[in-house]
Design a binder for this molecule. Structure first.
Ligand SMILES: *Cc1c(COP(=O)(O)O)cnc(C)c1O
Length: 418
């Protein structure tokens, strides 16, 4: 206790964290106490420009009045019922998602509470085809529960938990001949992929590849499952990233992250009669999924994104960011360029110092993340301004200087990703 009494508020909280929480996330970078718009404040009163948005979650930033109002109003009206009952809020949200997805008649929605749960449901839908094999991509990330983990490529995440649900094979992205060969036997239930591989380092799949995957899966009666957990809900400048390319329509789409703008809610959208009837009554369920609180907040998020044309903002700001990173790359060899779409962008560095850049950025009052050792990921709230984005790029050369010092020095403390 004497140790705690001399610690500052933030230090004391960090110590209590490490004593009371299971250490899967490593040491927290800061203890945050408050947020407003694109800013958050830590327990020592320092302010940060949040360019990560809770990893593509806080679509409207922090404490947005529309979200606060929707949550309060729903909490006063009806907070939770079991799925033995329906609520108007949940029905309206399902209808809205189908409309935004331009899903045909016979399509449907299943609500969840997280990305990994959405992918679990998609996995079960795939199993119901009766076909044994599922194809996912190398470098994929689909979540941490057992089914989603089986679809996730990274060995370090998988190995400690084997055996995982079987039948999943990994193919390299952008290799259509390999996919064609894999599908030829007619026993592949589904191909699962992220239109932009976020956790891999913000790696967009090309239009040609996505169109090719759609054609091949359709030809072989294989479901195309798009994991839009990170790319959905306006982030790339369209409601869903696949809508950037005409003709890339999935059979199943999984959502979470931005949908609730910070309130935990996810969804699975099934396109058309076939995909929507694979799960029969009793074959799947959830207690919280479709809870009226989450549904009300999601409706507010979708409403405000549309009213304030924040999809248009994501497109404009994404283009601005791409141009500014390219200009920086032309004069600083440590920056190679950017990848991504809209406000999901990875800044590629020449050296694997992204974790140290994250530390330097925090010291300077910016929250960003190292999606891989040489990529800085930006996934800011869609209410961010062009000036705020520019302020980070203006600071970046100095952050790279500081990151190089951290790499050279003994005080280098690489930040954990999760
Ligand atoms: C974050 C993420 C998930 C997992 O979502 P959780 O809510 O953390 O379970 C799945 N797929 C993709 C593409 C993600 O980015």
């Amino acid at each position: 206790m004497s140790e705690q009494s001399t610690a500052t508020g933030a230090e004391e909280l960090a110590q209590r964290y490490s004593r009371s929480l299971i250490g899967v996330f490593g040491a927290p970078q800061r203890v945050l106490v408050r947020g407003e718009g694109v800013h958050v404040w830590d327990a020592d009163g320092n302010r940060y420009l949040d360019l990560l948005g809770g990893i593509a979650v806080n679509a409207l930033g922090h404490a947005h009045p529309d979200v606060v109002a929707a949550l309060g109003k729903q909490a006063e009206t009806l907070g939770h019922v079991s799925n033995f009952f329906a609520t108007p809020t949940q029905i309206e949200l399902a209808e809205r998602l189908l409309q935004l997805a331009q899903a045909p008649g016979g399509s449907g929605v299943f609500f969840t509470n997280s990305g990994t749960e959405s992918n679990e449901a998609a996995f079960k839908i795939a199993r119901r085809t009766g076909r044994p094999r599922i194809i996912a991509l190398e470098r994929s990330f689909h979540g941490r529960t057992m089914g989603a983990l089986a679809l996730t490529h990274k060995e370090a995440y998988r190995a400690p938990f084997e055996p995982l649900p079987g039948g999943v094979e990994f193919l390299p992205a952008e290799d259509l001949p390999a996919l064609e060969a894999a599908l030829a036997t007619g026993d592949v239930a589904a191909v699962v992929l992220e239109p932009i591989q976020g956790e891999a380092g913000v790696i967009p799949l090309t239009e040609a590849y996505l169109l090719g995957v759609r054609e091949l899966t359709a030809a072989h009666g294989t479901l195309l499952i798009l994991d839009e957990v990170q790319t959905g809900i306006g982030r790339t400048g369209e409601w869903f990233a696949h809508q950037r390319f005409e003709g890339v329509v999935p059979d199943v789409m999984t959502l979470a992250k931005g949908l609730g703008g910070g309130f935990p809610i996810g969804a699975v959208v099934t396109f058309g009669e076939h995909a929507s009837t694979l799960l029969s009554p009793g074959q799947h369920g959830t207690t919280f999924g479709g809870n009226p609180l989450g549904a009300a907040v999601a409706l507010a998020v979708l409403g405000t994104l549309a009213e304030e044309d924040l999809l248009g903002a994501a497109r404009t700001l994404g283009a601005q960011l791409t141009a500014e990173v390219a200009a920086l790359a032309a004069r600083d060899a440590r920056v190679e360029g950017s990848r991504g779409a809209g406000l999901l962008q990875g800044i590629a560095l020449a050296a694997p110092i992204a974790p140290q850049v994250v530390t330097a950025a925090l010291e300077a009052g910016f929250i960003v993340n190292a999606a891989n050792p040489s990529t800085i990921r930006l996934a800011p709230p869609l209410v961010v301004t062009g000036e705020q984005l520019t302020s980070f790029l203006t600071a970046l050369p100095a952050l790279l200087d500081r990151a190089e010092q951290l790499v050279a020095g003994t005080d280098a403390t690489p930040e954990k990703r999760f």
